[in-house]
Design a protein around this ligand. Structure first.
Ligand code: SF4
Ligand code: FES
Length: 155
């Protein structure tokens, strides 16, 4: 799954569905590979085979991508991705914040730098692609504090 900074989005088109992949957002969680290995194969070139499963299955697998590196566009009249109404933020153990819902990320001037339905935000401080996680938490051995749930209700 090699990336290319000069070409931030790759497109893999089949007849029924088009798969979009942004290498700079992929942190190699391999949800896609585990979910549909006949379509997402990091050892194959191209690594996405958009004809190797039906479009519904590919869409479902893509929606498990926690970072928004993968998206799709249905070409067969199938339902496009529908984000959940409620935004959720899930702190991952020793890792990023997974965000789901219709979210806008803005810079200090209020300019929208990303709109997405799935995002992984860095909380270790080491990402070279902030505010997005780039997988550096593994390299630095980032560890989140022990759970605070035991103290809930103490204040
Ligand atoms: S699920 Fe998303 S972040 Fe994980 S390996 Fe696939 S494309 Fe990369
Ligand atoms: S949490 Fe992944 S790079 Fe910081």
């Amino acid at each position: 799954m090699a990336g290319d900074e000069r070409d931030p989005t790759r497109t893999y088109a089949g007849d029924a569905i088009e798969v979009h992949w942004e290498p700079r957002l992929c942190i190699h969680t391999r949800n896609c590979v585990r979910g549909l290995p006949q379509v997402f194969d990091p050892d194959a070139r191209p690594w996405v085979a958009a004809e190797a499963a039906d479009a519904d299955a590919i869409a479902r697998a893509i929606e498990t991508c926690p970072t928004g590196a993968l998206h799709y566009r249905r070409l067969d009249g199938g339902t496009q991705e529908t984000p959940p109404e409620q935004i959720t933020i899930e702190p991952r153990p020793n890792g990023p914040l997974f965000v789901r819902g219709r979210v806008q990320i803005v810079d200090n001037d209020g300019h929208v730098i990303r709109e997405d339905t799935r995002l992984a935000l860095c909380r270790c401080g080491a990402s070279q692609n902030k505010p997005f996680c780039d997988g550096s938490h593994r390299r630095i051995g980032f560890q989140t504090p022990a759970t605070t749930s035991a103290r809930a209700g103490a204040s």
